[in-house]
Design a protein around this ligand. Structure first.
Ligand SMILES: Nc1ncnc2c1ncn2[C@@H]1O[C@H](COP(=O)(O)OP(=O)(O)OP(=O)(O)O)[C@@H](O)[C@H]1O
Ligand SMILES: [Mg+2]
Length: 618
């Protein structure tokens, strides 16, 4: 369209312009022809020979294609004429002395002045047939117009072709690109990839680029999802760390509390033991019906003291459990009966299980294992809590959590925790031991219990097995290798009290009541001396001999390890026969000492039976 608008004025103006140009070109040519003739005619004009002038005119005229000619004098009258009847109409123009072309009735008359010695000598006038003269310029104009028309046509066709072949596909590709940029990814279907020209190549390249873009976008989207998951997991971990941190703080507090509780508990327990054994000897000494009432009373007091002892035992176990959890990183391994860590865990979990089920113990013979008591307690506690949580609350009479200790067919030590809870669906069995896998609501479970437990058991060379039926319950089985056989104990060193001498014990504890209680509880069987500081104990050792020294680890003036170092210096033979007792809350130095101490280490309140055996065997 634009091409047409531009071409129309060109088509209108071009012929007129060509006509005027051709007229000017014809006039110039006529003048040049006449000039040639005038050079020849000047001498004829000067001679005034009319006949010769006429012959000359005829020759010039026929040579250059003129139809008539005249040789005019300066005044305008003709000297000679050729085919020219009457006065040449251009005579007035000839008098002007200028070269000019005059058109008169289809004839073009050319007047060319002739000069002699700078004076106007006359004019040569030649008349040409105007029609013939017009023919050539018209033809030229026609050819030009035709050429212009063709050029226009070619321009239009070229514009159309450029428009359809090149520009339109480019516009289309641009439009698709804009739609894609606007988020409409289906627009790529409109790309003309089927074309075999450059536009098609461009579309294909664009499509290829889009393909890569999609791939990158897809990868980016996947990474975004992954990032989202990781972020969520990070947040979960953060929450769990907060909980874990709180637990660690509680654990640390528990250690302090345990220490505070254990000291009084140690002498309460020892005194109860003493009272119980005194009462029982009184009741056995007495006889006769008159004293039956008193005996009954003594029996009741014995019963009450027995119950109190049982109570202190339970408190001891709970405190021991708390202590265990305050030493979460303690991997000190020792020979253990499985019931020790299991009971510590039961003491901790009993409260949780009581609400939902009856706890049943089924302890059979099992080999000792070599493990950290703390860590095994952690494993059993996890299993017990899981078992309890698998049982809905409110039906404790119908549910049980059965704890079994036994020996497997291949001689391993086995602990089973069996519940009658909801069971574990088959599809999540694979994930049970994965860190952070939990089906419990946020805040109720971290999903770390089983994964940590498995890590601990694997480190001990054991394994955890699971059996479960949905709706009927689950059994988690911890299988541990038996501890290697005990090395033969070396012969006791010399420097001990004389053979046959009553077994003696020196108790060193800054809490005098602990020493007093032990004196009272063991005094009837052994010679027991209590000292309330390490310094007084050293002074006592300078003058007395003992089969065994029982020393508290944490004392204000001189700690257990410092006391032992002093013994090694001053009484090396006694240093071999020291056992330590502890109420918890170690300092790092004492903890290090305790973890490498090769001898016996008793927990407060002291297990009296074990202590008796140790003294007896010293
Ligand atoms: N005795 C069981 N009965 C049924 N499902 C159990 C039992 N023990 C474990 N599970 C399943 O295994 C999942 C993982 O247990 P795990 O002890 O690792 O974490 P948790 O108990 O959820 O959290 P926590 O870190 O507090 O122990 C539990 O969420 C539960 O779905
Ligand atoms: Mg758990």
């Amino acid at each position: 369209m634009l091409v047409f608008v531009l071409a129309m004025p060109l088509l209108i103006l071009l012929p007129a312009r060509v006509d005027s140009l051709s007229k000017r070109w014809v006039d110039g040519r006529l003048i040049r022809i006449a000039r040639l003739g005038s050079a020849e005619a000047t001498s004829a004009l000067m001679s005034g020979d009319r006949a010769a002038a006429r012959v000359l005119l005829a020759r010039i005229g026929s040579t250059c294609g003129a139809v008539r000619g005249a040789l005019l004098l300066p005044v305008g009258s003709p000297l000679a004429r050729w085919n020219w009847n009457g006065s040449p109409g251009a005579s007035i123009a000839c008098r002007s002395g200028l070269e000019l072309v005059v058109r008169e009735g289809g004839v073009a008359v050319v007047c060319v002045p002739m000069r002699a010695r700078a004076e106007l000598a006359g004019t040569l006038a030649l008349a040409f047939d105007g029609t013939e003269l017009q023919t050539q310029p018209r033809q030229t104009a026609m050819w030009l117009a035709t050429g212009a028309g063709f050029a226009l046509l070619i321009g239009i066709v070229a514009a159309y072709l450029i428009g359809t072949v090149v520009a339109r596909p480019l516009w289309q590709t641009t439009e698709v690109a804009e739609r894609i940029a606007g988020g409409d990814f289906t627009a790529s279907n409109d790309l003309q990839t089927w074309r075999q020209d450059e536009a098609g190549a461009l579309a294909r390249a664009f499509e290829c680029m889009l393909g890569r873009l999609y791939e990158h976008q897809l990868a980016l989207a996947r990474k975004n999802v992954l990032l989202g998951d990781q972020l969520a997991e990070l947040r979960r971990t953060q929450e769990q760390l907060v909980v874990a941190d709180r637990r660690i703080s509680v654990g640390r507090l528990a250690a302090g509390v345990a220490h505070e509780v254990n000291n009084p508990l140690a002498y309460v327990r020892a005194n109860l033991d003493f009272v119980a054994s005194s009462l029982s000897s009184i009741s056995h000494d007495r006889g006769g019906g008159a004293e039956r009432g008193a005996r009954d009373l003594v029996a009741q007091v014995e019963q009450a003291i027995g119950d109190a002892c049982h109570g202190t035992d339970r408190i001891r176990q709970i405190v021991q459990g708390l202590k265990s959890f305050s030493h979460s990183d303690d991997d000190r391994r020792e020979r253990l009966r499985l019931s020790v860590p299991l009971e510590a865990a039961i003491a901790m979990a009993a409260g949780e299980i009581k609400q939902r089920a009856r706890l049943v113990r089924c302890y059979q013979d099992a080999p000792e294992v070599e493990a950290s008591e703390v860590r095994l307690s952690q494993v059993f506690l996890n299993l017990l809590i899981n078992a309890g949580q698998a049982i809905p609350p409110g039906a404790s009479d119908r549910h049980t959590v059965t704890v079994t200790i036994r020996t497997s067919a291949d001689g391993c030590a086995v602990v089973e925790v069996q519940d009658t809870g909801c069971g574990i669906p088959h599809e999540i069995r694979e994930k049970l031991f994965q860190a952070f896998f939990t089906t419990k609501p946020a805040g109720a479970g971290t999903g770390l219990g089983l994964s940590i437990s498995q890590g601990i058991v694997h480190a001990l060379g054991g394994r955890i097995e699971v059996e479960s039926t949905v709706g009927r319950g689950s059994t988690f089985r911890v299988v541990l290798p038996p501890a290697p056989p005990t090395p033969v104990v070396a012969e006791a060193p010399t420097g001990r009290p004389m053979k046959g001498e009553a077994k003696s014990l020196l108790v060193v504890d800054d809490e005098p009541l602990v020493g007093n209680a032990l004196e009272r509880a063991l005094g009837s069987e052994f010679r027991v001396v209590a000292e309330a500081s390490a310094a007084s104990a050293l002074a006592r050792l300078a003058i007395d001999r003992f089969h065994l020294v029982l020393c508290d680890l944490a004392m204000p003036d001189m700690s257990g390890p410092e006391f032992h170092a002093e013994l090694r210096r001053s009484f090396p033979e006694v240093a071999e026969r020291v056992i330590f007792m502890t109420g918890g809350a170690f300092s790092p130095a004492i903890e290090r000492f305790a973890s490498t101490w090769p001898g016996a280490l008793l927990e407060k309140p002291v297990d009296m039976e074990r202590l008796r055996k140790l003294i007896a065997g010293a």
